[in-house]
Design a binder for this molecule. Structure first.
Ligand code: GRG
Length: 273
């Protein structure tokens, strides 16, 4: 990821008291994440003619929200994982209470960061910034990622059906990918059909990403008993749907953005196509 992004993100969580809280936030933010969501947001904005400096606070906010979701997802009350990215999870390293608060701290810092960008804005840019903040807020919340996580927790393999699985994937994973492209587009001044097409491209990328994750988990026999695309539909259809969503994302991106742009190559590399 760009040095500019890493610097901007680090500056947002520098120092801070009580130290264990901020150490836990930094531990999970700087622990080898791929930065997919901020890269998608920054690439969409750049490819549609927007300004990187304007997009940076929103890219940071996306990574803060993603990181909070992983910290909470790993907790004993949720997935109860001991390791993430090959390192102890936040609660294993700092204890459960600090990990919960580190997630809460990151979520709120994301909104503080976006609100500041809206306040420190020219009148002309304020509309696009508010639009981006609204898109990200909706995608992260109860009608987005939080709702998808709730449905996932409630799911079990015996009761799962296609509609439930699609709901979980669209909300839990694809909503943030979709928001990254829609918010990046909004920051470049795109609205209406163009922004909707970019949101759809992000959704397709997210669905492909989650199906691939389910395929890998099925191969590793992880998540036994939970609703899983690969288990429900079988590996062959899962692979087919993975390809279909990836190709649709790339088709939309090729239509809306320059063919030699950053977003096109990022989507191609994410999809392995
Ligand atoms: C706790 C509200 C709340 C939501 C959790 C993100 C999420 C919702 C759950 C994660 C479960 C999971 C591992 C899903 C697979 C798809 C996914 C989001 C993987 C992790 O994303 P990457 O690969 O992560 O972009 P890195 O490590 O690169 O940051």
């Amino acid at each position: 990821m760009s040095e500019n992004f890493e610097k901007a993100l680090a500056s947002r969580v520098a120092g801070g008291y009580p130290q264990p809280l901020f150490d836990a936030m930094r531990y999970s933010l700087f622990n080898g994440g791929k930065r997919l969501r901020p890269r998608l947001l920054l690439s969409a904005c750049a490819d549609l003619g927007g300004d990187e400096n304007e997009a940076m606070p929103f890219a940071c906010a996306m990574e803060m929200i993603h990181t909070y979701s992983l910290i909470h997802d790993d907790l004993p009350a949720m997935d109860n994982d001991d390791f993430r990215r090959g390192q102890p999870t936040c609660h294993k390293k700092f204890g459960e209470a600090v990990a919960i608060l580190a997630g809460d701290g990151l979520l709120n810092l994301a909104f503080e960061t976006m609100a500041e960008a809206c306040e420190n804005s020219s009148v002309e840019a304020a509309g696009r910034r508010f639009a981006a903040a609204g898109i990200i807020a909706k995608a992260a919340g109860a009608r987005g990622m939080v709702g998808g996580q709730a449905a996932d927790i409630d799911s079990d393999a015996a009761r799962a059906d296609g509609a439930v699985l699609t709901f979980i994937h669209e909300k839990k994973t694809a909503a943030l990918f979709s928001a990254a492209l829609a918010a990046g587009s909004a920051l470049a001044g795109a609205a209406g059909e163009k922004r909707a097409a970019m949101a759809e491209a992000g959704k397709c990328l997210g669905l492909a990403f989650q199906i691939k994750d389910d395929i890998c988990d099925a191969a590793a026999e992880k998540d036994a008993g939970k609703a899983s695309y690969a288990v429900f539909y079988g590996l062959e259809k899962a692979e087919e749907d993975y390809m279909r969503h990836s190709q649709e994302a790339i088709r939309l991106i090729a239509r809306e953005c320059p063919p030699d742009g950053a977003l096109h190559s990022l989507a191609v590399s994410m999809s392995g196509l």
